[in-house]
Design a protein around this ligand. Sequence first.
Ligand SMILES: Cc1cc2nc3c(=O)[nH]c(=O)nc-3n(C[C@H](O)[C@H](O)[C@H](O)COP(=O)(O)OP(=O)(O)OC[C@H]3O[C@@H](n4cnc5c(N)ncnc54)[C@H](O)[C@@H]3O)c2cc1C
Length: 390
Amino acid sequence: MTALQDQVAEFLAAHDPKTLPRLDFLRARFDAGLAWVYFPPGLGGQAAPRAEQAGVDAAFAEAGAPDNQPGRNTIGLGMAGPTILAFGTDEQRKRHLRPLWTGEEVWCQLFSEPGAGSDLAALATRAVRDGDDWVVTGQKVWTSGAHNAQWAILVTRTDPDVPKHQGMTYFLCDMTAPGIEVRPLRQITGEAEFNEVFLTEVRIPDAHRLGAVGEGWKVAQTTLMNERVSIGAVAQPREGGMLGVLTKTWRERPELRTPQLRDRLVQLWVEAESLRLAGDRLRQQLTAGAPGPEGSAMKVAFAELNQKLSGLEIELLGEEGLRYDDWTLRRPESVDFTGREAGYRYLRAKGNSIEGGTSEVLRNIISERVLGLPSEPRVDKDVAWKDLPR
Ligand SMILES: Cc1cc2nc3c(=O)[nH]c(=O)nc-3n(C[C@H](O)[C@H](O)[C@H](O)COP(=O)(O)OP(=O)(O)OC[C@H]3O[C@@H](n4cnc5c(N)ncnc54)[C@H](O)[C@@H]3O)c2cc1C
C-alpha cells in the first residue's frame, strides 16, 4: 500500500460512504486533499505525482464511494479546473475549484463562434471595460452542455486595434447572469448536446478575469492543450470503451462473425491497446508539467479509432446496426459512448474528429510544434484584428 492509499483507508474509516450524504462525502474528500491529488494542498490535492491519481480513484471506487460524476462535468474537470489552477488568483482558485470538483457547479466552454472555430483567434465577441465590470456582447456556438452549466470559460476580444492573437481576454462567466441566452442546436445524433449562446451586454466583474488583459490567447492555450488530453487520453482498462462493447457483441453473437471481420477486429484491438498504453505514458509525462502539443497526437488517434470501431460494429450488426432508438430532440447531460446502441455510437463518433480541434488542424500542430516542420503561411499575423476581412 502506498502512503496515499493508507490515507484513503483512514479517510474511509472516518467517512462511511454508505451513510454520509453524497455531497458531504465529496466535499470532505476534497478537503482531505484526496480529490485531484496532484493539485496543491488546500485545493483538493497534496502535490502528489499525477500517476498516483488512478490508484486513489480505484480505492474509492472499490469501497463503493460516490464519485463526482465526471461525465457531467468534463469541461469543468478537464479544462476549466487546470486553467483556473494555472492562471487564477488565490481568491478565484478558492472560490471555484471545490464546487467544480464536487460537481456542484458544472462548466461549459464559450470559445467557438460562427466565424471562429479552427481559427479561434479570429473571435469577435466584444468585452468593453465599464468601471469595475466588463460589458460583453457576441455570439458563441457549439457550446456543449451550456444548458446544464452554472459557469463558463469565455474568451473575448478586448482590443480590436492589435493583431488578433494579442487583443483577447479570458473570463470566468456566470451563466445565470442577465443577457445570456442558450438555444439548443440539434446534431447528427438527433440530440442537442450543444447550443448556441447569445451574450447581450452581459456584465462580468473584472474580478472574474482570468489572466491579464490582452493575454487571453495564452490562457486559452492552456485550456486547449488540456482539452486534447482530456478527450484523447482518458484512462481506460484493457478492452475498455467502445472496443469493449464491440468485443462483447463478438463473443456473444458467433453467428455474426466472418474471417474478414475477425481480421479487422484484431487489427483494431491492437491499435486500441497501443493507444491505451500511449495514453498511460502521456499521463505519466504530465507529472512533469502542463500538457504540450503532443496531446494533439493522442486526440487525432482517438478520433480515428472511435470512428473505425463504431463503423465495424455497424457492419458486424448488419441491418440491426442501422436501427436508431429515438430521434426526439433531447438535451443530454453527458455523452455516452458505451451505454447506448451502435447507431448512436457511429453517429456521435463523427464529432470526435471535429471537437477539441479538427484532425486537420491538430495535424498542423503536430507537424509544426512536435516535428518542427515549416509553418503554414500566416499572412494576418501583423494586421490589426479590425482590419481583417470577415
Ligand atoms: C460535438 C462537438 C462539441 C463541441 N463543443 C464545443 C464547446 O463546448 N465549446 C466550444 O467553444 N466549441 C465546441 N465545439 C466546436 C469545435 O471546437 C469546432 O467545431 C472546431 O474547432 C472546428 O471549427 P469550425 O466548426 O468552425 O470549423 P472550421 O474551422 O470552419 O473548419 C472547417 C473545415 O476546414 C478545415 N480547416 C480549417 N482550418 C484549416 C487549416 N488551417 N488547415 C487545414 N484544414 C483546415 C477543418 O479541419 C474543417 O474540416 C464542438 C464541436 C463538436 C463537433
